[in-house]
Design a binder for this molecule. Structure first.
Ligand code: XMP
Length: 323
């Protein structure tokens, strides 16, 4: 019988057998897969697992706290948080090209993660021989079904691993589809915000600022994004949309009239899409009153934003993200 309870029992037993008295490391991204994988391994081997969370400063409002506080509270996991915001901002300074941004973020991420990994390995205790990965069944199929190696698509490179990996992999979600992973996560008592989280790119808000990434722009986008998410959730639309990127056109300025006079600020783009697998997508027909509420709130509450526009492009031809 397929029940979440059986899946958990089976995996816990298998992980215990695989790891023995050695130690394991797991990178947390804030996403569903790594969180559920970590929770399963934690259940199996407890303090033999250490999780690493790299805070690159490109997360949305509240997401880092969700991992640091709620996830830890729910699982009791041993967590090492690396605050690397300054390092990432420095590396990204002056860069506007999307692929260049991705490369930099991916590279810095691996460096920071490896450093944390080395520190954990240097700690007293049994050898660290295992690395936990939130690989799902569709990833296994796509990559040819191999096991034991870090076979990760370049698209998912952020949070990924160096190629000269010498760890054995623990992949407790290899037989599961996304909806099953969410069910297992729920059964394990993970916070709803993590279990039901919509897809979010590894490079985070770094690829949602059209133009250079700066702390000021990130803060502004974080506010706008939080408002959009809050209103979509309040309207009960989270299950209807696949994801809704909120994009800051930092290199574009628009004229507005706010309060006492003319402003020269930036537009925010809403990109709500419906999709099955992100390969194709259609723009979501959101209710006008919800869009109006989001627009009013963003222009009222977010400094330097005087315009909200809606992206009505399907994929193809437009990708889901703007960069
Ligand atoms: P696009 O923009 O290609 O996005 O239509 C398809 C899906 O992939 C996500 N995405 C990324 N995920 N690293 C990631 O981990 C990335 O660099 C990246 N770029 C896009 C996007 O959010 C959507 O779900």
């Amino acid at each position: 019988d397929w029940t979440t309870g059986n899946v958990i029992d089976e995996q816990v037993a298998a992980i215990r057998e695989q790891v023995g008295d050695k130690r394991a490391i797991c990178g947390l991204s804030g996403g569903v897969d790594s969180a559920v994988a970590a929770a399963l391994v934690q259940k199996a081997i407890g303090s033999q697992l250490t999780c690493v969370y790299v805070d690159h400063g490109l997360m949305r409002k509240g997401e880092t706290e969700q991992v640091e506080k709620d996830f830890v509270a729910a699982t009791g996991v041993q967590l090492k948080v690396v605050d690397a915001e300054e390092r990432f901002l420095k590396a990204l300074a002056g860069v506007s090209d999307p692929e260049e941004k991705r490369k930099i973020i991916g590279r810095e991420f691996i460096r920071v993660f490896e450093q944390a990994q080395a520190e954990i390995i240097a700690d007293e205790g049994p050898a660290v021989e295992f690395l936990v990965q939130g690989t799902l069944y569709p990833d296994v199929v796509e990559s040819g079904g191999g096991t034991g190696t870090a076979n990760i698509k370049s698209h998912h490179n952020v949070g990924g691993l160096p190629e000269d990996l010498e760890f054995q992999l623990i992949e407790p979600l290899r037989k599961l589809f996304k909806d099953e992973v969410r069910m297992v996560g729920q059964e394990l008592g993970l916070p709803e915000e993590i279990v039901q989280r919509q897809p979010f790119p590894g490079p985070g808000l770094g690829i949602r600022i059209v133009g250079e990434v700066t702390k000021e722009r990130l803060d502004l986008l974080r506010e706008a994004d939080a408002i959009a998410r809050e209103e979509l959730t309040a309207a009960g639309l989270d299950r209807d949309i696949w994801q809704c990127p909120v994009v800051l056109l930092a290199d574009v300025r628009s004229v507005g009239v706010q309060g006492d006079g003319r402003t020269y600020g930036h537009p925010i783009v809403l990109r709500p899409v419906s999709s099955e697998d992100a390969m194709t997508a259609d723009w979501s027909r959101l209710p006008y009153d919800v869009l109006a509420k989001i627009s009013t709130r963003i222009t009222n509450e977010v400094r330097d934003v005087n315009r909200v526009v809606l992206d009505v492009t399907s994929k193809p031809p437009g990708t889901i993200e703007w960069e």
